[in-house]
Structures are given as C-alpha cells and as structure tokens.
Ligand binder design. Structure first.
Ligand code: FE
Length: 335
C-alpha cells in the first residue's frame, strides 16, 4: 500500500494544488447579499473559498435527505426557532472553540455548543412621526389596547419573527394571556396582515396605519435604499418593553452540520464570523447588533438610543414556538 499512497501524495502535491485549496460550503437562510461582504473578507484573510447555497425553505428536509453525503459544512440562519429546528433534527455537531466562547456571550450560544448567535436584533415598533406622540407606545402589552383600533399594521402573525414575540409574551404571562393579547392586537389591525416588515413602514408612510411591528435593521436597509428612504423617514423606532421585562430580541446564528466535509476550514469561518472584524461588518453593513460586546453598534443604531434587552432565554423562546403558532392560528390572526 505504501508506494501507492506516496505516488498519490506526490501527484496531488505537484499537479492538483488548486483542487486541494480549502473551501467551506454554507447553506444560508440569509439573503446572499447580506453575508457576501463577510465571506469576501474571510477569503481575503485566509485564502479559503466559501460557496453559498441560498436555502429559503426546507433546510431541515434538505439536510436530512442528503444525510452523511451533504456538502454543507455550515448553516447560517435567522431566528432561534430555525436554529433549534436544525439542532433538534440531529443535523449539527457540537463545536468547542475558545474563540467562540470568548467572543459570544453565553446567552447567545447553545449550552451544548450546537448553535452560536452572531448578531441580535430587536423587534420594535415603527411609529408614525406625524401621528404618534413621544411616549405613546411603551409596552408590547399595550398594543392590544382598543385605543389603537384600526391603527396597527403587521406582517403575518405566523411569521417566525412574530411567533418569537408571542412566545416571549407567553413566557412573561401565560398562554391564556398571550391568546387574549393576540386577539386584541388582531382587532386593532388596520388591514389583514401581509408583506414583510418594510411593507409595514411603507403603509405608515402611506397613511394606512400609525404603528407597526418591525425588526430594527430593516430601518437601516430602508434608509440606504433611495426608493425606500421616505418610508423610513415617516417613522421612528420605539423600543417597547414587556410590562415586567425588556425589549424582545432574537438572533441570527450558525451551526456546523453533522456531515461537515471541511470541518477545519468551517471552524475557521465560524471563528472569523465571531471576530471583531466580522462583527464590525455585521454592524456597519446591516445595522444588526454585534454579539461581541466589544464591537460598537452602527451610528444609525446608536441614534435610536438605548434599550434593555428582554431576559427570556432564547431556548425558552424556541420551546414555546409551537404554542405561539397554535395561538396565532386559533385567533385566525392572518385571516
Ligand atoms: Fe429579517
């Protein structure tokens, strides 16, 4: 056997260096343009190529079907429930890394090291600058008050971002309270839920409603887009809090697949994404909150002022998701 292996090694060393270049394959639930600047910086630093497949739906199904032959090394996604679904399906492997445990605070990573948060984002209220006074919105609970009748816009209630918020409402109160809240919120809607968070800002701009639920970073995306800047300018960000808590936050994050064919290179990319360099790119190009406490938020995000993140744990939110979905279906939120 030995001579054969030697020959093969020599052949590879002499003729096939490009084919041996290190690479990492990502299945991403995130829009490719959001992560490309990060991946370009990583390739420039390390020479490791990164291939991204945008997987909009069916991440778990795809990884399950591919099994041990999956080309994917890493999964990148938003929302704690989506991260948990990949982990719970047994499709990830634990990663032990001093860099990851140093740069990512414990509340933003899995105690079993299966998933790691990269950024956080708050689910806030976009409030009409013209029609909503300062201090008029303070709590999430208040959004179900009849004083807002016909004044609220929302994307579908069964979207992951809203389900995580409902899950937090259950955690702070109980299932019955959260259901009443969802009913109250639905009764206050100006129109049936449709579109994404930015569409709600557009509706405020168009005068169709006065307040909407939305994630913080979309405000940054709208400000940068000449076609959408007016939508952003029509609203201001209000950080509501739970009556007995803080402002609801969720994460974007990563996990290494169980099958990962390029484990070492994938670990390097994971550590890069948690580095100051990458965390700064997340902050500056997408206005997300870096998980690395030493990295500053963008100037735009700073301009929205401070807030206190809610302390319901991410794993609690993931656990309560099925109950939150049941509630939104029972109250026919999207109907
Ligand atoms: Fe988003």
């Amino acid at each position: 056997m030995r001579p054969v292996r030697l020959t093969l090694t020599l052949l590879l060393a002499s003729a096939a260096i490009p084919a041996m270049a290190e690479e990492v394959n990502i299945y991403s639930h995130r829009q490719p343009e959001l992560i490309q600047p990060l991946l370009d910086a990583f390739t420039k630093d390390t020479g490791i190529e990164v291939n991204v497949a945008f997987v909009d739906k069916g991440m778990v199904e795809r990884l399950t079907a591919e099994g041990a032959r999956s080309p994917a090394d890493l999964v990148l996604t938003v929302d704690i429930a989506r991260l948990s679904q990949v982990v719970d399906a047994g499709l990830t492997q634990p990663v032990t890394s001093d860099v990851l445990s140093k740069n990512i605070p414990a509340e933003f990573r899995d105690p079993g090291n299966q998933w790691f948060g990269l950024t956080t984002r708050a689910r806030v209220v976009y409030a009409s600058r013209e029609r909503v006074k300062d201090g008029e919105v303070t709590t999430y609970e208040d959004l179900a008050d009849p004083k807002w009748k016909g004044r609220i816009c929302s994307r579908p209630g069964t979207h992951d971002y809203n389900l995580a918020l409902v899950a937090a409402m259950i955690a702070h109160h109980d299932e019955a309270y959260a259901k009443k809240w969802a009913e109250g919120l639905r009764a206050n809607l100006a129109k049936p839920p449709e579109g994404n968070d930015r569409d709600q800002a557009k509706s405020i701009w168009a005068g169709e409603c006065d307040i909407a639920l939305g994630n913080t970073y979309y405000m940054g995306q709208m400000v940068r887009d000449p076609d959408q800047k007016a939508w952003a300018d029509a609203s201001r960000i209000v950080y509501p809090h739970f009556e007995n808590g803080g402002t609801h936050v969720n994460v974007s994050g990563m996990a290494m697949t169980k099958a990962a064919p390029h484990r070492e290179a994938a670990l390097k990319l994971m550590e890069f994404l948690a580095s100051d360099e990458a965390q700064k790119i997340y902050a500056e190009t997408n206005d997300e909150f870096p998980v690395e406490p030493g990295v500053a938020r963008s100037a735009l995000v700073e301009s929205w002022g401070p807030f206190t993140p809610d302390d319901v744990s991410l794993s609690e939110l993931a656990k309560l998701r099925p109950t939150a979905l049941k509630i939104m279906e029972e109250v026919n939120f999207d109907g």
